[in-house]
Each structure stands twice: as structure tokens, then as C-alpha cells.
Design a protein around this ligand. Structure first.
Ligand code: FAD
Length: 261
């Protein structure tokens, strides 16, 4: 089975600087880690490979430092890793991110299943997985908590929904996004760590695959973050005491004091 797992490097802490012009995160300003949900995506890909054979390729779009996260993925058992890194990819919103990943996957071409995490820790829109599937014209199921059965042209899944779960049959090639209930991520082996040190990480820039420049990065992003700020803490609420009449009187007085009425 040919599996592509999409992983994003996210800032380890919230102490990340914001570029005042583009209002995008200055990712180089803090240490990056593999997005937590993507650790479950990697683990599920490795378990499928161990059961069915095949190859796992990790794909990431990010700044040059994202190579570290791809090396970590290799240390866990991923076979190959590709970093999409170019100044023109910077500042991408989810549409431009999905487009760039889709164009890279068209160059990879051979795949049966793409596995994404449910969402990232920084943008946390949960939009990239489904958008990527649309861009590739393949079916997708989001919030997958279990893979029940894999056949050559279809897969039986359990999708997490509010009331419990749904059992779904999806044809392959297809894309899934996974939740934390799907497995328990492994730790890297010594052999894996050794291999991660020496393996070549492919780095693709804007001229290495078929890209329309106006569809990537900030230029290709209809969504622009115009302001990022921490939500203001609201004053603690107050519980009015006494009988109903007295509570109503207290409330009217407070509304008058605050000139709401
Ligand atoms: C605070 C903040 C708010 C933002 N708000 C918006 C917004 O409202 N709308 C918008 O369009 N953009 C927004 N962005 C930009 C958005 O974060 C980026 O476009 C990002 O690359 C993808 O979106 P996401 O982080 O929400 O990913 P999600 O859709 O949450 O990611 C889901 C999965 O897709 C895969 N994936 C995501 N990004 C990558 C990548 N770069 N490389 C490989 N795989 C990946 C991973 O498997 C991940 O688990 C915001 C960014 C920040 C920091």
C-alpha cells in the first residue's frame, strides 16, 4: 500500500512572534514540533504498512527548519520524506496550502491513501485535509477513529460523530483525517534515529513541481489574517442574591449604572 502522510511543523510554544506586515507567524522564532494530531496520522500509516506492506511517504510544506520534523518522522519508521519549501509558499492560507500539497502529490502520483491529522495546533481550521481531497478529486472521510478493513479498492472506517460513530466504506485512492482515539503513537527506535541522521530529505521549491505561482503563499490566499490578539479576560460574573423582586431591582440598577438602559 502506498501511503502519503501530511505533517505540519507547528510552534512548540505560543510565545511565537508575528510578522507585523503580513500578520503571519515568524515560525523561525521558536522551536518547531510535529503537530500532535499528525503523530497519530504517522502511527496509523506505519501500522497499515506493517500489516499490508508498501511504503510510507511523509509530506510537509514549511520553512527550511521543518526538515527536522520530517527527520523525526523518518526516525519513527517513515520510508521517504519530502519538504515543500520556498519563499513563495510563505503565508499560505488553507486553500493555498491544499493547492500546493495537491500539486506535489500529483508529481508523486502513486498513492492509495493520504492520511492527515484532524487539525493543527496553530491554525486549527481542520480545513486542509478535506480541501486537499477536493483538489485531487478523491473521496475523503474526516475524524476517523478506526480502520476496520482495507481492500485493494476500498476501505471500511469508523468516523467519530457527536452521537457516537458511523461505519463508512470509502473507495481508494482516498484521504482520511484522524483523531487521537485511533491509536497510540510509538517512540522512535535507535535504528530509526540512526537512519534519520543520514537519510536524504527531498526539498522541492516552486520550480520542482507544476505550480501556478499566483495560487501559492500569501498571493494565492483569499484569507488574510488581519489581526491576531489574545481575547480579553471578562470580569467575573456576579450572582444576584435575594427574592425575585429584589434581584430584578438590583439588575435594573446595575444596568442603569453601566448606562445600558
Ligand atoms: C492563528 C492562525 C489563524 C489562522 N486562521 C486561518 C483561517 O481562518 N483561514 C485560513 O485559510 N487560514 C488560516 N490560517 C493559516 C493556516 O494556518 C495555514 O494555511 C496552514 O498552513 C493550514 O491550515 P491549518 O493550520 O488550519 O491546518 P488544518 O486544516 O487544521 O490541518 C489539518 C491537517 O492538514 C495537514 N496540514 C496542514 N498544514 C500542512 C502543511 N503546511 N504541510 C503538510 N500538511 C499540512 C496536517 O495533516 C494537519 O493535521 C491561520 C493561521 C494561524 C497561525
Amino acid at each position: 500500500m502506498e501511503i502519503i502522510v501530511c505533517i505540519k511543523q507547528v510552534p512548540e510554544s505560543t510565545e511565537v512572534k508575528i510578522n507585523p506586515q503580513t500578520k503571519t507567524l515568524v515560525r523561525e522564532s521558536v522551536k518547531g514540533i510535529i503537530n500532535p494530531f499528525d503523530m497519530y496520522a504517522i502511527e496509523e500509516a506505519l501500522r497499515l504498512k506493517e500489516k499490508l506492506g508498501g511504503k510510507v511517504t511523509a509530506l510537509s510544506m514549511g520553512p527550511p527548519q521543518a526538515e527536522e520534523s520530517l527527520r523525526e518522522a523518518i526516525s519513527l519508521g517513515v520510508d521517504e520524506a519530502i519538504l515543500l519549501s520556498d519563499k513563495s509558499f510563505a503565508g499560505a492560507d488553507t486553500l493555498a496550502t491544499a493547492y500546493t500539497l495537491a500539486q506535489a502529490i500529483k508529481r508523486i502520483s502513486q498513492f492509495d491513501l493520504i492520511i492527515c491529522g484532524k487539525q493543527t495546533m496553530d491554525g486549527d481550521t481542520a480545513q486542509v485535509g478535506p480541501s486537499l481531497a477536493e483538489k485531487l478529486g478523491i473521496p475523503h472521510v474526516a475524524y476517523v477513529r478506526k480502520i476496520n478493513e482495507v481492500k485493494t479498492d476500498s476501505i471500511i472506517l469508523e468516523q467519530m460523530v457527536e452521537e457516537g460513530y458511523r461505519r463508512i466504506k470509502m473507495s481508494l485512492p482516498g484521504l482520511i483525517t484522524v483523531v487521537k482515539e485511533i491509536n497510540e503513537p510509538r517512540l522512535p527506535s535507535l535504528r530509526g534515529k540512526m537512519r534519520a541522521k543520514s537519510v536524504e530529505i527531498l526539498i522541492w521549491g516552486v520550480n520542482d513541481f507544476n505550480i501556478e505561482k499566483e495560487k501559492v503563499g500569501l498571493e494565492g490566499s483569499p484569507t488574510q489574517v488581519i489581526k491576531i490578539f489574545a481575547p480579553q479576560r471578562r470580569k467575573k460574573g456576579e450572582i444576584l442574591q435575594g427574592d425575585i423582586d429584589s434581584q430584578v431591582e438590583q439588575l435594573v440598577n446595575k444596568l442603569k449604572e453601566s448606562r445600558v438602559i
